[in-house]
Ligand binder design. Sequence first.
Ligand SMILES: [Mg+2]
Length: 232
Amino acid sequence: MLRLITDFDGPIVDVSDRYYCVYQDCLEQLRPRDRPVKRLSKSEFWQLKRSCVPEREIGVISGLDRDRARQFARLRSQTVHSSPYLHHDRLIPGAIDALERAQRSGLDLVLMTMRRQRELEEALYRCGLDRFFPPHRRYCIGNDEAKSLDTQDKPRLMRQALMELPPAGEQWMVGDTEADAIAARTYSVKFIGVLSGIRDRQRLNPYRPDRIVEDLTEAVDLVVERATQVVS
Ligand SMILES: [Mg+2]
């Protein structure tokens, strides 16, 4: 049996509209009344996120002074995962088809995300994704659990998953950030980076993914092909 562990935001769900909406609202709240700010376009903003420019820097680029930029970054991190904004998330085209193909091909599907349980469940049920991931195949952050850095929390989730899940022949992880790459690498799980999320190729490359592909569709193709090789 081959196992496919997938991240949620990036491979399955596109959060760029939500993040941009939060950016606009936070900028509006923090902008000085006596002079204009430079509101970035969606594509300018998302390009900065994909190249990992810190929020505070995005505030400065948008015309805030250092002090306001610091407040902007704080407000943004308090807001971005709050429920009024979650409905901006969209399914990535082809993601459902890819999950169906993975399921039909007999891959053991596991979800691993930095979302809190309630944020994850809201999206799973709203988008009809719960059928791919029964509760014992979901690894996420508890509703009241403390969060540290994704690059520390994600390997912790991976460790827990590998301890609890039944043994698998080969395990692949699909994700869009350095946290996914680190989690996979730490536990010798093969890693496929996808470019449909919040990092570009330049940011993913240093983490030496086994492969970098456009999206979940390509990632599933790759693992399904691998499954036929392993069986034959
Ligand atoms: Mg992600």
